[in-house]
Ligand binder design. Structure first.
Ligand SMILES: *Cc1c(COP(=O)(O)O)cnc(C)c1O
Length: 394
């Protein structure tokens, strides 16, 4: 072989190469041992990797780990496909299982990006979304009864900005009564705090960018489904052909984050509850939205379907817009950032930040009031978080 030929045909030495930690398979394709093996793999007779857009060993390992977490302790198995982001997980699922003329039934208080995606992208391709209050089961039933083209119920619980919850079991029962799929975005609680497969849903999606990774250093998503054939023929096929595949490096970062999921979530929950109690008793605060508080309208429902109440909360400042802006300007320890689910406490004042360009009526209709502050409570010492907010209220 010549000096300038770098192709490595064999492992550099024959000592053990079994890694303790999942390796990053940074390779676009996989070599075949022989033409027969290549033919076998292409014809799906033999298992093996072909091309990283189809499947990659690092990505597949992490996907299966998340599927196992979602089915932990339940008498079932699930199949997962990792994608490049939470948004692409939602898109891949919808592109895989729906077609033009089908409709989605959902709630107004979805993650903002999801609402835009459903209205502006899927709407363009003739997959429309009907928005109803999913807490009103009578409305849900009549929406299905009056429109047989509704093929999927898509929900999120607890949801932004007030951490309102919906009844997963009741919703999947209604969807199934009308022969539709039930899909849920389980990003906020993670499988450690809420396992929607126990309540009958067909598909779970996550933005792993948030709590599953937990360190704010990767963007990825996942679709998990119970039916192996549907996952392979529809969801995996859509991922492969649209090219919404997850990068092995992003999957690997997620894998590292997953190792501390339970430790982090326990601390997120404990800190959020302590902060909620502090805020509830503070004179500058009008109302606190945290499903772990007995004052939250969905506390009983949350107790029934969640193992803990999570790290997300929001509260309403009595002083409105001015109080919100002044509080943001005084924050020192927490970080002003428009993401969530990190080890650090992240604060957002939607009226002056993420929702500044949205007309006030639209903002208010979605529950984003002038004094609303959203907190993704981190895993720091909670006294530092409380002290920061106390001084920020002035
Ligand atoms: C962030 C988020 C998404 C979108 O995920 P990306 O990884 O940013 O694409 C979807 N749903 C919820 C609840 C989210 O918080």
């Amino acid at each position: 072989m010549h000096f300038d030929s770098f192709t490595v045909k064999e492992s550099p030495d024959n000592r053990t190469t079994r890694p303790h930690i999942l390796p990053i398979y940074a390779t676009s394709s996989f070599a075949f041992e022989s033409i027969d093996q290549g033919i076998g793999i292409f014809q799906n007779i033999e298992s093996g990797h072909v091309y990283s857009r189809y499947a990659n060993p690092t990505v597949d390992t992490v996907a299966q780990k998340i599927a196992d977490l979602e089915t932990h302790g339940l008498d079932m198995t699930a199949h997962a496909v990792m994608t490049s982001s939470g948004m692409s997980a939602i898109s891949t699922l919808l592109m895989g299982v729906l077609k033009t003329g089908d409709k989605v039934l959902s709630q107004a208080n979805l993650y903002g990006g999801t609402t835009d995606l459903l209205k502006n992208i899927f709407g363009q391709f003739g997959v429309e979304t009907v928005f109803v209050n999913l807490r009103n089961l009578e409305d849900v039933d009549s929406a299905f009864r009056n429109d047989p083209s509704i093929k999927m119920l898509y929900c999120e619980t607890p949801a932004n900005p007030t951490l309102a919850c919906v009844d997963i079991q009741a919703l999947s029962d209604v969807a199934h009564k009308y022969g539709a799929w039930c899909a849920i975005d389980n990003t906020f609680p993670t499988p450690y705090l809420q396992q929607p497969f126990a309540f009958g849903v067909d598909f779970i999606i996550h933005s792993t960018t948030k709590f599953l990774n937990g360190h704010g250093n990767s963007t990825a998503g996942v679709v998990i489904g119970k039916d192996k054939e549907v996952m392979r023929k529809k969801v995996w096929n859509a991922m492969k052909l649209v090219g919404t595949n997850c990068s092995p490096f992003e999957a690997w970062l997620t894998y590292n984050g997953l190792k501390t999921l339970t430790l982090r979530m326990d601390r997120h929950c404990a800190n959020a509850l302590a902060l909620a109690h502090f805020l509830e008793n503070h004179p500058a605060v009008e109302r606190v939205n945290y499903p772990g508080l007995t004052s939250h309208p969905d506390h009983v429902l949350a107790r029934r379907q969640m193992r803990g109440f999570g790290g997300m909360l929001s509260f309403e400042l009595k002083g409105g817009l001015e109080a919100g802006i002044s509080c943001m300007n005084r924050i020192r320890f927490c970080t002003l950032a428009p993401t969530l689910g990190d080890t650090d406490t992240l604060i957002l004042h939607p009226a002056s930040m993420s929702h500044l360009s949205i007309p006030k009526e639209v903002r208010l209709a979605n529950g984003i009031t002038d004094g609303l502050v959203r907190v993704s409570v981190g895993i720091e010492n909670v006294e530092d978080i409380v002290e920061d907010l106390e001084q920020a209220f002035g």
